[in-house]
Design a protein. Structure first.
Length: 376
């Protein structure tokens, strides 16, 4: 199998899921800004673009065609796209969706093609509907250069896929220093499984959806002591890129400033040194010591709630405010989690949830705090 790490000239990929938009409308991608960002990125020797069917309400692929594909020779960039496996009912759907994606992007092949957001259940469904055979056939026909998958599940489930599908050439994982030891995300464990199988890793969410770019308090001071100029995001991206088996780190760049920042330290990539590693370890310790709600996200409390409050999700949003201060990232996450009406302030204090909680959390009182925190 070709050594994929060799075909990546630089370790920073351009994620096309949070592109610059006009009028705050996620479907209205600002082509002028996107074109300028692409030019600046390419000028510096970066080549990898990552899009997907659902990004920007299905408008990202077409923006990639207009701003990248129609303006640069096809050989000058690497393009990754993903099969939305949740939309597939039968074998024919693979072909139909794939052709649509090629047309939307205006290309005849994808350099990298992934099954999108795989987990244990989706792998089983993809096996049943013939998805693995489909991508291999596309590879034989030269319409896909390299096949892999993005993944959100346990390390155990990842091992199962890599054992059963040696044809998978790479895996895209959520890796960042905050989630490295997390039992939910299992960044470290998943990374180690990929390493064991000799499958190179593409990193997604290195800055945890922007969270690690917004440090406050002691964690911010620790990083500023290292260098007053370096951005907080730079440590998160370089942390992921410093891992030996990582071939690329994706950054969903939304404006020119982010692009200038990301490319500045990834142009001539320098792995974290001992001093920087020690500082990040201290940041992680400081964050862990903060008074967050000790919810394990088991979700036992959710089902019986008459107000349909997504309790563990709003607790997580609250925890983010404790660790990183209240900011647009955690406000946005809270808005998304409660979009169906289950915000913390609609709790009627019936207490049903507390009887289910193995951690014996005082959920009702905690929800009052959550509601106060996110009150506009
Ligand atoms: S106390 Fe509040 S959160 Fe708990 S079940 Fe009742 S309404 Fe839902
Ligand atoms: S039952 Fe308790 S620990 Fe489990 S998700 Fe609900 S609040 Fe969190």
């Amino acid at each position: 199998m070709e050594d994929l790490k060799q075909i990546m000239p630089k370790k920073l990929g351009f994620g096309c899921m949070r592109l610059p938009v006009a009028n705050g409308n996620s479907e209205e991608i600002d082509d002028a800004v996107f074109c300028r960002m692409i030019d600046r990125y390419m000028e510096q020797g970066f080549v990898y673009f990552d899009t997907a069917y659902p990004y920007h309400n299905q408008k990202s692929e077409e923006a990639v065609r207009r701003c990248l594909v129609e303006r640069y020779d096809r050989e000058r960039f690497l393009l990754a796209d993903k099969m939305p496996v949740w939309l597939v009912q039968n074998m024919e759907d693979y072909s139909e969706i794939f052709e649509r994606q090629l047309a939307r992007c205006g290309v005849t092949y994808f350099d990298f093609y992934l099954f999108h957001a795989m987990n244990k259940t989706r792998v089983e469904e993809t096996e049943k509907t013939g998805g693995f055979a489909f991508v291999q056939r596309m590879k034989t026909e030269g319409r896909i250069r390299h096949i892999g998958f993005s993944f959100h599940d346990t390390a155990e489930a990842l091992e199962e896929i890599l054992k059963n599908h040696p044809e998978m050439e790479f895996v895209q994982l959520q890796i960042n220093y905050y989630d490295w030891e997390s039992e939910n995300v299992q960044s470290r464990k998943c990374y180690e499984v990929a390493q064991k199988y000799g499958v190179p890793v593409i990193v997604m969410e290195p800055v945890k959806g922007g969270t690690l770019a917004n440090m406050t308090g002691r964690p911010a001071e620790i990083l500023k002591e290292l260098s007053p100029e370096a951005s907080f995001a730079s440590y998160a991206i370089r942390y992921a890129a410093s891992l030996e088996n990582v071939m690329l780190v994706l950054s969903g760049m939304s404006d020119e400033q982010q692009l200038i920042d990301n490319t500045a330290y990834m142009r001539e990539f320098r792995p974290l040194d001992e001093r920087e590693r020690a500082a990040i370890a201290r940041v992680v310790e400081e964050l862990a010591a903060m008074p967050t709600i000790a919810c394990t996200k088991c979700r036992y409390c959710v089902e019986g709630c008459p107000k349909k409050i997504p309790i563990p999700d709003v607790f997580e949003d609250y925890n983010m405010t404790v660790q990183f201060g209240i900011n647009e990232t955690n406000r946005g996450s809270y808005r998304r989690h409660t979009a169906d009406g289950g915000s913390a302030d609609v709790c009627i204090r019936c207490g049903k949830c507390e009887g289910q909680c193995p951690q014996h959390l005082p959920i009702r009182d905690l929800l009052v705090k959550v509601a106060e925190t996110f009150a506009e």
